[in-house]
Design a protein around this ligand. Structure first.
Ligand code: ZN
Length: 58
């Protein structure tokens, strides 16, 4: 009886994992996919994102 109310308090990991993977894939595409795209605008966007995340650059 107390089980249903306890499970409603926290989101199960199985429900959060797909969202986390999606964010990870989108971030990886933004950083590396856009970096290799060649277009200056895309490259600048990825470059700014890299600096914003504190990753080593130049
Ligand atoms: Zn840089």
């Amino acid at each position: 009886m107390a089980r249903s109310s306890a499970s409603a308090l926290s989101t199960p990991l199985s429900a959060r994992l797909p969202a986390a993977l999606l964010a990870l894939a989108a971030g990886a595409f933004l950083l590396w996919g856009a970096g290799f795209a060649g277009a200056d605008a895309l490259h600048d966007t990825a470059h700014d994102a890299r600096h914003a995340m504190g990753l080593p650059c130049h």
